[in-house]
Design a protein around this ligand. Structure first.
Ligand code: CFM
Ligand code: HCA
Length: 522
């Protein structure tokens, strides 16, 4: 492993090598508080898989709300290349609202860049509003790079249009360059939702039952539906989902849920923390990917509510679901046991999927996030040690205080204290503790680094995305896309695990791979 790291770094100029060496870490469980550098600028010239702030805001966090219209203010390319690529699913409700398949854009032209695009934006918002009946529940505006450069006042326009049209028009200054990756866009989206959507239902006073919000779950390939199926079976009610299959009305009531279940810590931790401060809603870090991860997570939820009936029901459901899934997984496990995996995905799946691979008997030997922060690797205890650099300072930190009327913790303070101590609420331990000795962590991996790792370790499968899928497969190694799921899914929960096993088996044990010669090997 040490030699591999050396080979990786050798190819770089000294300054770059020094920088990258902090992002490529050999896991050593003996070392307390092992560190890794993350959430830093990519060195120009290096090919990475990262996206931009606009992708993180519009594409990831805001876009999945299907009963709203999301308008991109920018040149058409920003819209076109993000159109329907992320597979966040939405089912049309009785009211018929569903704009998920649309691509709304102001299509900025050179003339608008010179003379300003704000009138064009206002016209676009009015037009989108007028065309449809029923009307969207909310209209969101997303700025891409040139809009920030020319200084169009999209916040002012949103305010004006909110009054004019009588529905919330929310503008996001998520210009692509706002951060070092899509991660900046998550934060901007969280802020916008928190300011303009959350808690705006002031009429509903209480929602009965074991209520939760599913946060940082985007319903890729139908994941959220499988999670909700099991939650429902246990008697746990989902109030709102951020954002997969999410609706505006549910989001405005989210503050009434008793606890927030945080799937993707990276993309939604901001909102979880702000909701806790303002409304007293605690959060539990969960992972519903993998059958044992699911069991562990839902037991935390049962522990939180501490209700004997609920606990009994959860155990009953787990016994039934695990038995069924295990029986179906057994056949695949026989063929997959001992196989090795690399995982390079976004800001949470490179961790989450390790648990599902473990269910299949497969070992993750190299893993890394594209854009997660140190807390997603090292755990939240790293937070105080993270240096806030100029790039992070760029993004607004909202000042949040307890709501004088609506701050309403659902458990007594001493119980919350106990739950915090047990790490049931308010904690995420990150990816590192789950990685074995001598495994490798590579943050924001480059194509060069991937090449070296493939040649050295020849894994049986790589879980990654569209930007490197075909490079990997030219090496004769199957790649499973863990963003789009290669158009399959769901992979969450119990039924999802079985779907996943089947897909993985087809790839890992497919005979075609050994006949592949890369163009450069011929
Ligand atoms: Fe969270 Fe996501 Fe991910 Fe993410 Fe993404 Fe995604 Fe991802 Mo692609 S919110 S960090 S910005 S889990 S779009 S649904 S798959 S990179 S690991
Ligand atoms: C994004 C979206 C993406 C890209 C997927 C990929 C997704 O980063 O803007 O690189 O394969 O999940 O759709 O992460």
């Amino acid at each position: 492993t040490r030699e591999t790291v050396e080979e990786i770094l050798e190819a770089y100029p000294a300054k770059v090598a020094k920088k990258r060496s902090k992002h490529v870490i050999i896991r050593n469980p003996e070392e307390i508080d092992q560190e890794i550098a993350a959430n830093e600028r990519t060195t120009p010239g290096i090919i990475t898989q990262r996206g931009c702030a606009y992708a993180g805001c519009k594409g990831v966090v805001v876009g999945p709300f299907g009963d709203c219209i999301h308008i991109v203010h920018g040149p058409i390319g920003c819209s076109y290349y993000a159109w329907m690529t992320r597979r966040n699913q939405y089912k049309t409700r009785e009211d018929g609202r569903n704009w998920l398949n649309y691509s709304f854009s102001t299509d900025l032209q050179e003339e608008d860049i010179v003379f300003g695009g704000i009138n064009k934006l206002k016209t676009a918002v009015r037009e989108a509003y007028n065309i449809f009946d029923p009307k969207p529940k909310s209209i969101t505006i997303h700025a891409t790079c040139p809009v920030g450069l020319i200084g169009d006042d999209i916040q002012g326009a949103a305010k004006e249009l909110t009054e004019e049209l009588g529905l919330p028009v929310v503008a996001f200054n998520c210009e692509g360059y706002k951060g070092v990756s899509q991660s900046a866009g998550h934060h901007i989206a969280n802020n916008g939702f928190f300011k303009h959507w959350i808690g705006t239902d002031t009429e509903t006073e209480e929602i009965e039952g074991f209520t939760v919000n599913l946060m940082g779950e985007y319903n890729i390939g139908g994941d959220a539906w499988e999670i909700e199926r099991v939650l429902e079976k246990c008697g746990i009610k989902t109030v709102a989902t951020f954002s997969g299959d999410g609706t505006y009305d549910a989001a405005t009531k989210a503050h009434l849920a008793k606890v927030n279940l945080v799937m993707c810590h990276r993309s939604i931790n901001y909102m979880a923390t702000m909701m806790e401060t303002k409304y007293g809603v605690p959060w539990i870090k969960v992972n519903f990917i993998g059958i044992h991860a699911f069991a562990k997570s839902i037991r935390k939820v049962a522990r939180f509510f501490d209700n004997p009936e609920l606990t009994a029901r959860v155990e009953e459901v787990l016994t039934e679901e695990i038995a069924l899934a295990e029986a179906q997984l057994a056949e695949y496990r026989k063929r997959l046991e001992g196989k090795t995996v690399f995982l390079f995905v976004g800001g949470s799946r490179a961790h989450h999927y390790q648990e599902l691979f473990a269910d299949l008997g497969m070992k993750t030997i190299v893993a890394g996030y594209e854009f997660a922060h140190r807390d997603d690797y090292e755990g939240r205890q790293a937070l105080p040690k993270i240096r806030v650099d100029a790039d992070s300072r760029n993004i607004e930190e909202l000042e949040v205080e307890p709501d004088p009327e609506r701050y309403n913790p659902t458990r007594p303070p001493e119980v919350l204290e106990q739950l915090r101590e047990e790490k049931v609420i308010g904690d995420y331990e990150g990816m590192m503790p789950d990685m074995g000795e001598d495994t490798l962590l590579v943050d924001n991996i480059s194509h060069h680094e991937l090449d070296v790792l493939i040649k050295r370790f020849k894994p049986d499968l790589i879980g990654s995305g569209i930007k490197d899928k075909y490079i990997i497969e030219k090496f004769g190694i199957p790649c499973k896309q863990l963003h789009s799921y290669d158009y399959g899914g769901p992979f969450a929960g119990f039924r999802g695990a079985v779907n996943f096993a089947k897909d993985v088996d087809l790839r890992v044990n497919g005979q075609a791979w050994k006949y592949i010669k890369a163009p450069w090997q011929k």
